[in-house]
Structures are given as C-alpha cells and as structure tokens.
Design a protein around this ligand. Structure first.
Ligand code: DGY
Length: 323
C-alpha cells in the first residue's frame, strides 16, 4: 500500500478511488505540510500549497507524484520535482466551463454595476428607479480582448460571442482556423489588444519574473494607461499577472472604468485600496467552485496518482520547463 497524502479534503469520489488500494492521509487547513507529507509516495496539493525543495526534501525519496488539484501549477517547482524524478500533474479541461462562467459573471457584474447595486440595497440606502441611476455599460458590439487563448480563454470567447461581442486575442500560438472562424476572433499583439478592447480578460498562466516567458506584472501601470478609459479588466487567472498597486491607482483615477477580480497578488490578502473602490468586483477565488467541477478535479487528480503509482503514464502531466 502506498501512502497518499491529500493536503486538504477533496470530494469523496476522489478519496474513494485512492483509498481502495492505498493508505490515504488527509490534512487539515493550517497543518504543517512538511510534517504531513513525510514518507508520502504521492501528494495531492491545492493551489495555495507551495511545493518547493523544502517540501520535496521533507517528503523524502519515496515521492513519485505531485498531483496539483488545479489547472494552474505556479505553486509547484516543476523543475525541482523533475530533478527528483517526481511527476507533476494538474487538472485541465474539467474546470474550463466553470471558470469561464465565473469570468463572464465578473464581466457582467462590473459592467452592469451589480456589486455596487447589491451593496447599496444591503446598506439600506434610499434609492429609486431613474434614467440616470446606476447606469452601466452594454456589451453588444463591444470588443473582448482575451490574453491567453487556451481552453478557458476560448470558452470565455464563446460566451462573449453569444452576447454579441467582437473578439480579439493574443497568445503564443494562433488559434486553429475553425476556432477563429467560429468565434470571428482576430489575433493581435498585447499592446494592440490593450488599446482596442473594451473588456480585457486574462487567461494566461502565471510565470514568475525570473523566467524568460514571465507573465509577472504583465499588466502594470503602462499597460493600464494604454487601455481605453471606458475599458474593464477581468482576472480569473492569477493575481500577480497584474500589478495590484498600479491597478488600484488606475481604478481610482479613472485610467480604466472598472475591474472584476477572482484572484489577488497576495492571496488571500486583498489590497486595501481595492476594498475601498466601488468600480471593482471582488470574489474569493471561486473560478472552479461548483460541486460538479470540484468532483471532476478530485477524480482526475486521483486518476493521475493511481496511474503513476501503477507505473503508467498520468492522464494530465505538466511539461517540465526547458530553461
Ligand atoms: C485553477 O485551478 O488553477 C483555478 O485557479 C481554479 O479557480
């Protein structure tokens, strides 16, 4: 029996798959991870767990797989895992629709001032219908700019098309022609996209500042200044893709019209400047948070672990960085 450590409780379907043949240990929030992972053959990690040399050393020589229960895996030092022969997997595809739905929810909330309206009513403020009362921005014929047109970015694009938006995107690769045709999407470089889009939505991975393909602070003061003053920024990817200090200034001084954020630079801390602003919608990293999606993520992570422990290829391995 292998020792399988899950750092936080996942849906039962995933636990049952693992515990049929293995000894499963489940951590509790706040528990010392280095203690928890000691002697593990497999670890299922959550996106806030830092998997670095220290954690891998603590786990020891038996460790064969780190199965991150998230599509993003910037919390895992994949090169350090690779040096030890530890496979890293993530949970792509199963959370695409849930995350795209949430990005679109943020987009609607911020453009139609839903957060502001809700706060006003809950605060017991007087209000009355009026032609000029809490008027937002319509989406039809506006342009959505998708930065990072992978699975989630494209799923947001499909939703935007159904709302009558035009679509531009930037990414390392051109989309296949059937996708660009069905979305009517045009590829632009990031500066052009920022200058063109009425709503910019981020779906690229977070890559730290020391890597040549870094996306750290991809959106900073200069990029925000290049957006239209009527434009909105949506981030359901990773907080540190945006320079949060610069975003607070841009939202406060009208450089851009608003933002919808599901992720934060120093999660779970939220920049106090954001809390004070009306033109930003803030959610606590709910992108994949549906029962169906979390269950599918747990099952996929468990399948990856079972495959590696049985000497097979995992379903969704992540690539090892080449630099
Ligand atoms: C992920 O899985 O990386 C997402 O951030 C979940 O919302």
């Amino acid at each position: 029996m292998a020792r399988v450590v899950i750092t936080d409780r996942i849906p039962d379907e995933g636990i049952e798959l693992l515990s049929a043949d293995h000894d499963v240990v489940i951590g509790t929030p706040g528990q010392d991870l280095t203690e928890l992972v000691r002697g593990a053959d497999a670890v299922l990690t959550m996106l806030a767990d830092q998997v670095d040399d220290a954690l891998l050393d603590a786990a020891g020589d038996h460790l064969r797989i780190v199965a991150n229960v998230a599509v993003g895996y910037n919390n895992v030092d994949v090169a350090a895992c690779d040096r030890r022969g530890v496979v890293v997997t993530n949970t792509p595809k199963v959370l695409t629709d849930a995350t795209a739905d949430l990005a679109f929810a943020l987009l609607l909330m911020v453009t139609r001032r839903c957060g502001e309206g809700e706060r006003l009513i809950r605060a017991g403020q007087p209000w009355a219908w009026g032609m000029n009362f809490m008027v937002g921005a319509g989406l039809q014929s506006r342009t959505l700019g998708i930065i990072g047109a992978g699975q989630i970015g494209r799923a947001v694009g499909r939703r935007a098309k159904a709302f009558g938006m035009n679509i531009v995107y930037s990414g390392r690769r051109s989309l296949p022609s059937d996708t660009t045709e069905s979305l009517g999407a045009r590829r632009l470089d990031v500066p052009e996209l920022l200058a063109t889009a009425d709503v910019v939505t981020l779906h690229c991975p977070y890559v730290p500042a020391d890597r040549p393909d870094s996306t750290h602070h991809l959106i900073g003061a200069a990029e925000l200044a290049s957006m239209k003053p009527t434009a909105y920024l949506i981030n359901t990817a990773r907080g540190a893709i945006v320079d949060e200090d610069a975003l607070v200034r841009a939202l406060a001084d009208g450089t851009i019209a608003g933002a919808g954020l599901d992720v934060f630079e120093h999660e779970p801390r939220v920049h106090p400047g954001l809390l004070a602003l009306e033109n930003v919608v803030l959610l606590p990293h709910l992108g994949s948070a549906t029962v169906e999606t979390r269950t599918a993520m747990a099952v996929l992570a468990a399948q990856n672990v079972l495959a590696v422990l049985a000497g097979r290829e995992p379903v969704t391995p992540v690539p090892v960085p080449t630099n």
